[in-house]
Design a protein around this ligand. Structure first.
Ligand code: MG
Length: 396
C-alpha cells in the first residue's frame, strides 16, 4: 500500500510519522497535532522516531509520552545520557535512521543542518513534510531530481507555501494557468520603520513578532524580511514559477497566507488564523484534511485586512534573496549560509541588526558563480560562504 492509500483509507494502519527537530517549535507543534488527532480518532498516527540536537530532557519526555522506539541525537554526550534514560529505545547518531520506519518525515531541523533529512527522505521515496526551507533553498539543484523518486513527495510546512499548495490544487494545469504567486508577509516587528530608526534595535525587539510564534532564527529572519526572501526562492523551487511572477505583499494581520493569481485574472487566497499547526496538519493528512480545526476565523471580529508593498530599501534582505535566486547555482546556498552566520552573531549580541544585510551583501559580492552537482558541492559552498561571512565579521 502506498502512502496516499494509507492516508485516504481510514480503515487502514496508522500513519507513521518521524520528526527531525522534535523539540523545536515545529517538532513540538507536530506532536500537539498528533496528540489532538489521536484523541479525535484513536490510533490515527504513531510516532516512529524523534531526532534532536542536544535537548535531551525534552526528548526523553516526548519519547515516553508517545512510546517512541527510535531516538536520534546529534550531540554525543547528550546521546549517551538519553540512551541511559530510555533503555527500551534505540538511540542513534544519524538522522537518516528516522526514515526507514516512517510514512511521513517531518523535517523541523533549523538551518542548513536539515539537508540530510530532506535528501534521505526523498531518496527513500517517502513523504517529506518540509519545514526546513534552507535545505531546499541551499540544495535546490540536488533536491529537485529526488522529487521524482517513486513515492517521494514534498509537502511544504510553511504557511505561505501551504497556502499556495492549496490554491494551486484548484488548477488542472498550473503550468499554463498561473499568472502570479503572491506571498504574503506580516512585515515583522519593524514594519513601517525607517533604516535610521532601526539602527539600534536589539535582540528582544527583533524577537517580538506581532503575529507568529516561531523559533529565534526564523523570527529574526522575519524582522529583516530575509525569511520572506528565502520563501520566494522556496516558492520558485517548489512550484517552478519564474522569479518575475513571484511577488511579496505585506499583510500585517497574517490571515491571508498567500494567493495565486490565474491567467484569467482570478485570484485565490487561503485564509486561516496564524498557527503553524494548520500547515503541519495539512502535510500530515494530505490529500485529505485532518479533522481538528486549529483556530477558526471569527468574521465578526476580524475587521479589515490590509495589503501594502514591501519596503525593499529598508529591508534589503528581500532584494538580496531575489538576486541570489536569479543567480541560481550555489547563490541561494551562499546567501542562506551568510545569513545564518550573521543571525547567530546578532543573537549573540556581536552584530547589529542592520549589519545582517551588510554581511550578506559582502559575502554575495565574493560569490564564485559555481553550480553544485553533488551534496558535497553544496556542503562545500555552505562552508565557504560561512568562512567568508566569519572573516567579514571579524574584520568589521
Ligand atoms: Mg512562512
Amino acid at each position: 500500500m502506498d502512502a496516499v492509500q494509507r492516508l485516504t483509507d481510514p480503515s487502514t494502519q496508522p500513519v507513521r510519522v518521524a520528526i527531525a527537530g522534535s523539540t523545536g517549535s515545529i517538532g513540538t507543534q507536530t506532536l500537539d497535532v498528533i496528540r489532538d488527532e489521536n484523541e479525535r480518532v484513536p490510533g490515527s498516527y504513531v510516532v516512529t522516531g524523534l531526532g534532536i540536537g542536544r535537548s535531551g530532557d525534552a526528548v526523553v519526555e516526548q519519547a515516553a509520552e508517545f512510546g517512541v522506539r527510535l531516538v536520534v541525537v546529534d550531540d554525543a554526550e547528550t546521546r549517551r545520557s538519553v540512551a541511559a534514560r530510555l533503555p527500551h529505545a534505540v538511540v542513534e547518531a544519524d538522522a537518516a535512521a528516522l526514515v526507514a520506519d516512517a510514512d511521513v518525515v517531518v523535517n523541523g531541523v533549523v538551518g542548513f543542518a536539515g539537508l540530510d533529512v530532506t535528501i534521505e527522505t526523498l531518496r527513500a521515496g517517502k513523504r517529506l513534510a518540509l519545514a526546513n526551507k534552507e535545505s531546499l533553498i541551499a540544495a535546490g539543484p540536488i533536491v529537485q531530481p529526488l522529487r521524482s523518486v517513486p513515492g517521494a513527495e514534498l509537502v511544504p510546512v510553511d504557511s505561505e507555501h501551504c497556502a499556495l499548495h492549496q490554491c494551486l490544487r484548484s488548477s488542472m494545469a498550473p503550468d499554463r494557468e498561473v499568472a502570479r504567486l503572491l506571498l504574503t508577509a506580516s512585515g515583522g516587528p519593524f514594519r513601517g520603520r525607517t533604516a535610521a530608526e532601526l539602527a539600534d534595535v536589539g535582540v528582544d525587539d527583533a524577537l517580538a513578532h506581532p503575529t507568529w510564534s516561531m523559533g529565534p532564527k526564523i523570527t529574526i529572519d522575519s524582522s529583516t524580511l530575509m525569511n520572506k526572501g528565502l520563501e520566494v526562492i522556496e516558492a520558485h523551487e517548489l512550484y517552478g514559477t519564474p522569479y518575475d511572477r513571484i511577488e511579496v505583499v505585506v499583510h500585517p494581520q497574517s490571515i491571508v497566507h498567500s494567493m495565486v493569481e490565474f491567467t484569467d485574472g482570478s485570484t485565490l487566497a487561503q485564509l486561516s488564523m496564524p498557527t503553524m499547526k494548520l500547515p503541519i496538519g495539512y502535510a500530515l493528512g494530505y490529500p485529505t484534511r485532518i479533522g481538528t480545526p486549529f483556530g477558526r476565523i471569527d468574521w465578526t471580529t476580524v475587521g479589515s485586512l490590509d495589503f501594502e508593498a514591501p519596503d525593499m530599501a529598508t529591508f534589503r534582505c528581500l532584494g538580496l534573496a531575489y538576486a541570489a535566486g536569479r543567480l541560481g547555482g550555489t547563490g541561494p546556498a551562499w546567501l542562506s549560509a551568510a545569513n545564518e552566520v550573521a543571525v547567530d552573531h546578532f543573537l549573540a549580541g556581536t552584530l547589529r541588526w542592520n549589519e545582517i544585510a551588510d554581511v550578506c551583501v559582502d559575502v554575495m559580492a565574493r560569490h564564485d558563480g559555481a553550480t553544485p552537482h553533488t551534496v558535497d558541492d553544496v556542503i562545500a559552498a555552505d562552508r565557504t560562504a560561512r568562512r567568508i561571512a566569519s572573516e567579514i565579521m571579524t574584520q568589521r
